[in-house]
Every structure is written in C-alpha cells, then in structure tokens.
Design a protein around this ligand. Structure first.
Ligand SMILES: NC(=O)c1ccc[n+]([C@@H]2O[C@H](COP(=O)([O-])OP(=O)(O)OC[C@H]3O[C@@H](n4cnc5c(N)ncnc54)[C@H](O)[C@@H]3O)[C@@H](O)[C@H]2O)c1
Length: 270
C-alpha cells in the first residue's frame, strides 16, 4: 500500500544497519511513498556493506558519518542538500548504542567512559544533528524530525541499563530543540517510543526474549513491528501531522497504558 504521502519530499535517514533495522524498513516505506533521501551510518557500520543493497533498492546515496562528530554531520548535511537538490523535509535519527549493555556491565557497576560514549552516541548525537541542521538552515518549513526511543525512559526495565537514561535525555532534547525549531523554522520534532523489536541493537539487551514476550502478552494489540514503526514515521513525515510537535508518541500496541493483562495474570496465578 502506498499513497504518495511523501512525494517531492527530501531527507536523511540515519541508522540502517541491516534488513532488521527500523531505519531500513523506514527507508523502504519512505521510498514507496515517493520520498527521496540520503542514507547515513557510522563508518564502522559501512564495513558490513549491507547498506549498499538498500541504497540500490531505493535509488539513494550513502554518506558515512559518525553522528557524534559535528564535522561529519556538517559534511553530510551540506552534501545531502547538493545531492537532493535543496533543503530537507525530514530526518530520522535511528541511532543507539551502549557499551555497558553490550559488555554485560551491570547498571550499578558502570564503566563511566563507556557510559559517556553511549550517551554521546544515543542522545547527544540527536542534539548535534539538530544543531547542525539548524545552523545550516537546512530544513524546509513544515519539515519533520523524528528520533526513536523506548519507554524505559519513563519506567524501570532493569536490564535496559544506562540506555534508559540515554532515552530520557534524548526525549528531553526533542522537546527543548523542538521548541526552537518550531518557533524559528516551523519544523516539528517528535520521538516515537517503540515496542521491543528484534534488531541488532534490541537483541543486545540482556533477557531480550523475555522482554519481547512479556510486552507481547501485555499489549492488547501485540508488539509494534519495525514495519509498524516505519509506517508511523511516514505519517509524521507527511503533511497530515503538521502541528504535532514536542511529543513522545507511543507505538507499542497499548503497552504503555497497561497495568496487567489476562495473559500475564494467567501465567502467574497458581
Ligand atoms: N529494537 C528495539 O527493541 C527498540 C525499541 C525502541 C527503540 N529502539 C531504538 O530504535 C533505534 C534504532 O535501533 P534498531 O533497533 O533499529 O537497531 P540497529 O542496531 O539496527 O540500529 C542502530 C543503529 O545505530 C547506528 N550507530 C551506532 N553508533 C553510531 C554512530 N556513532 N553514528 C551513527 N550511527 C551509529 C548503528 O550502526 C545502527 O545502524 C535506536 O535508537 C534504538 O534505541 C529500538
């Protein structure tokens, strides 16, 4: 199904690592809806070579950028405007990484240089992306910027570790920068809080299988898939959501408003 919702719109999509990535599905859906874009990822992620397949399929150019480097972002944004032939209408920040999570370091025993690296990659990079776009005046009026988050920013999920704090920071940046982007440039900024999703970043969280099964059983509509997230993002990039901004929007099958479900009750009642 496609509705040409993004016909004539141009943008940048960060974070497509492989075909499971939420950014990968989003790139495919944005392409279906008529949008054109540059794909970007960290130089190390490029070595896998997967992103070239997506670029070919969607007629996109790939530009490597470490999202923690303002120099890389400057280059990416100016080159993207040249390649796409004008200012941008949409940007997806689909970037996250915690070394403490990856190395199984407990929340109460963090290695702080790892924590700092994770915060820079997962949260501060969103500020860097937006500040670079803002200073370059790279966004068209009524453009839309989206970042992906998880509800461990609001509630405790012990194994989500320092990523919970990174997501809280990310969501705050969306609101704070969203104010200035709205007032000064008529650009909206939102975060989508997505269900657990089997991707490289998602599966890295300890006990991910339990995590995803629990969420599935708690959510009246079941977990939102990567494709569901891609579809929601398309609506936020489209002109149908022009005055939705500063929001953290749950794409989670209803999980965030549940207390307990029959299915979970049945499994714990003797
Ligand atoms: N998978 C889930 O369960 C889930 C749930 C909610 C939110 N999210 C969020 O969705 C986003 C996308 O993750 P995903 O699940 O598709 O996993 P993924 O592993 O496919 O994507 C993460 C991406 O971040 C990129 N990245 C890491 N360091 C970078 C850097 N320095 N510069 C640029 N890019 C860098 C990786 O190369 C990768 O492409 C993340 O923000 C993640 O936290 C995921």
């Amino acid at each position: 199904m496609s509705y040409n919702l993004l016909k004539g719109k141009r943008g940048i999509i960060f974070g497509a690592l492989d075909h499971n990535s939420i950014a990968w599905k989003t790139a495919e859906r944005v392409h279906d809806e008529g949008g054109t874009f540059v794909l970007s990822n960290a130089p190390v992620a490029m070595r896998m070579g997967e992103i070239d397949k997506l670029a070919k399929k969607t007629g996109s150019t790939v530009i490597a950028a470490d999202a923690t480097s303002v120099e890389d972002l400057d280059h990416l944004i100016s080159e993207s405007m040249k390649i796409l032939g004008g200012k941008l209408d949409f940007v997806l920040h689909s970037i996250g990484m915690s070394i403490n999570v990856r190395k199984g370091r407990h929340y109460t025993d963090q290695k702080y240089d790892w924590t700092q690296k994770g915060t820079d990659v997962s949260a501060m990079s969103f500020h860097k992306v937006m500040q670079t776009l803002y200073k370059a005046d790279a966004m068209n009026e009524w453009g839309s910027i989206v970042a992906l988050t998880y509800m461990a920013a609001q509630r405790v999920f012990p194994d989500y570790n320092d990523m919970a704090d990174n997501k809280a920071f990310l969501e705050s940046i969306a609101r704070s920068f969203g104010y200035f982007f709205g007032k000064d440039k008529k650009v909206r900024v939102n975060t989508i809080s997505q269900s657990p999703t089997p991707t490289t970043a998602g599966s890295g969280v300890k006990g991910f299988d339990g995590f995803i099964n629990y969420a599935e059983r708690m959510s009246p509509l079941g977990n939102a898939t990567a494709l569901d997230c891609a579809n929601y993002t398309v609506t936020l990039f489209s002109d149908l959501t022009k005055r939705v901004t500063l929001q953290n929007l749950y794409n989670d099958g209803g999980f965030s408003n549940m207390g307990v479900s029959d299915s979970v009750m049945d499994s714990i009642t003797k």
